[in-house]
Design a protein around this ligand. Structure first.
Ligand code: FAD
Ligand code: DHB
Length: 392
């Protein structure tokens, strides 16, 4: 088989790239390791920037999102048993949209199917070859049959545990890395949210996050030690801790109810530089990871797809490589803005050390955020989405 761009991974990065290339008449094959049912059901992020929604509008993929997403002006921050609202909309006239990643991925898969172009699920033994040449190829097995796809370019959209980031020559790549001594224990529960927008509770004993997916469906997270075993937490313990960390004098207690899903996500920051080598381009989690505080991961994946799609579009339209050659230098500044934002939120909202000094520093920053309109606006500029980058 021959195609123009082989896309490995059918997450937000791979599927958005596939759609954007399709709209420019560029041929792609998408190869995904998991089953379609698995990919559609995988519960992850939920906050989508205005910038991302604007792009989805442009490429005709925001129809259901526009009808069903919750539209938020900002989020709440709670500390000292007091609730503060950060209202970004009043400064910037833009919104954040709460819409599960699984819903967005389902919309993207439906759009891909509608194009009639290939999307292979349950591919095993996926490997990339000859990325240093202009004739790279991808091999994989589906239903016991081996396939080889020759392409002009390979887009590595296969996440942090995929194979593409490992295909880069380590001597020509730097990987900036931070790990944190904590993780997020996440639940999806049939309860009514206590606030009308998401909330971060900075308790001295650790962060709790209270988000939602609908009027009677909540997504909530607890900061827990890095190597926590999910099985050691009973539902009762989870609710007790969520209630304790979110206790406030100005709101009723958190509602408890049935927990329908639980997961554990480690926190890390990673940036691969450059994000390209030869014919192989990395996008999204394959290239960089942000800690979930601030909800940037999904949005960055789509921003990378936008940058690469423009570069490939320009190349196929004109034969000019310049924008493709500038892929990393175009994408990375926005990645680092998101890293800085996520780091700021992560280190301010989580419990880090045991000393009182640390809590006082965090408390001072929280007080700035909730008392200065300038700080509020500055946080909002990044939270609602910086503009997508262009190569010139
Ligand atoms: P992914 O969505 O990871 O997609 C990669 C795809 O490639 C997957 O479908 C995978 O199955 C496939 N794949 C992997 N290996 C191969 C292979 N060898 N061959 C073919 N296909 C392959 N962000 C938030 O903002 N908030 C959250 O609460 C949050 N929770 C998260 C929980 C977990 C467990 C994880 C892993 C991430 C979470 N994130 C969260 C981050 C956010 O979901 C990601 O940033 C986003 O999914 C990145 O999109 P992507 O397309 O780059 O990668
Ligand atoms: C959600 C995820 C995040 O990473 C976050 O910071 C806030 C909310 C969510 O899943 O809704």
């Amino acid at each position: 088989i021959r195609t123009q761009v082989a896309i490995i991974g059918a997450g937000p990065a791979g599927l958005t790239l596939a759609q954007m290339l399709h709209l420019q008449g560029i041929d792609t094959v998408v190869i995904e390791r998991q089953s379609q049912a698995h990919v559609r059901a995988r519960i992850r992020a939920g906050v989508i920037e205005q910038t991302t929604v604007d792009l989805l509008d442009e490429i005709g993929l925001a129809g259901r999102l526009r009808r069903e997403a919750l539209v938020h002006n900002g989020f709440y921050i709670r500390f000292d048993r007091t609730t503060h609202h950060l209202d970004f909309h009043r400064h910037l006239d833009r919104h954040a949209f709460v819409y599960g990643q699984s819903e967005l991925v389902a919309d993207l898969i439906d759009a891909r199917h509608a194009t009639g172009r290939p999307l292979h699920f349950e591919a095993t033994d996926v490997s990339v070859h000859d990325i240093g040449t202009d004739a790279p190829f991808v091999e994989f097995v589906v239903d016991g049959r081996a396939h080889r796809i020759r392409a002009d370019f390979v887009a590595g959209c296969d996440g942090f545990h995929g194979i593409c980031r490992q295909a880069l020559d380590p001597d020509r790549t730097t990987v900036a890395n931070r790990t944190y001594p904590f993780a997020w224990l996440g639940i999806l529960a049939r309860t009514t949210p206590v606030t009308d927008e998401g909330m971060y509770c900075a308790h001295p004993d650790g962060l709790s996050v209270h988000s939602m997916r609908g009027p009677h469906l909540t997504r909530q997270y607890l900061q827990v030690p890095a190597h926590t075993d999910l099985g050691t937490w009973s539902d009762e313990q989870i609710w007790r801790e969520l209630r304790r960390r979110s206790a406030a004098d100005d709101h009723p207690e958190l509602e408890t109810g049935e927990i329908i899903e639980r997961s554990l996500a480690p926190l890390r920051s990673v940036v691969t530089d450059p994000m390209q080598q030869g014919a192989l381009f990395l996008l999204g989690d394959a290239a960089h990871i942000v800690p979930p505080t601030g909800a940037k991961g999904l949005n960055l994946a789509i921003s990378d797809a936008c940058v690469l799609s423009h570069g490939l579009g320009h190349y196929y339209a004109t034969g000019d490589h310049t924008a493709l050659d500038r892929y990393s230098e175009t994408a990375l500044p926005r990645v680092w803005q998101a890293q800085a934002f996520s780091w700021n939120l992560t280190t301010t909202l989580h419990r880090l050390g045991d000393d009182g000094f640390d809590w006082h520093l965090r408390h001072a920053r929280l007080t700035r955020w909730t008392s200065s309109v300038h700080e509020e606006r500055a946080l909002g500029e990044v939270y609602l989405g910086l503009p997508f980058p262009t190569p010139w």
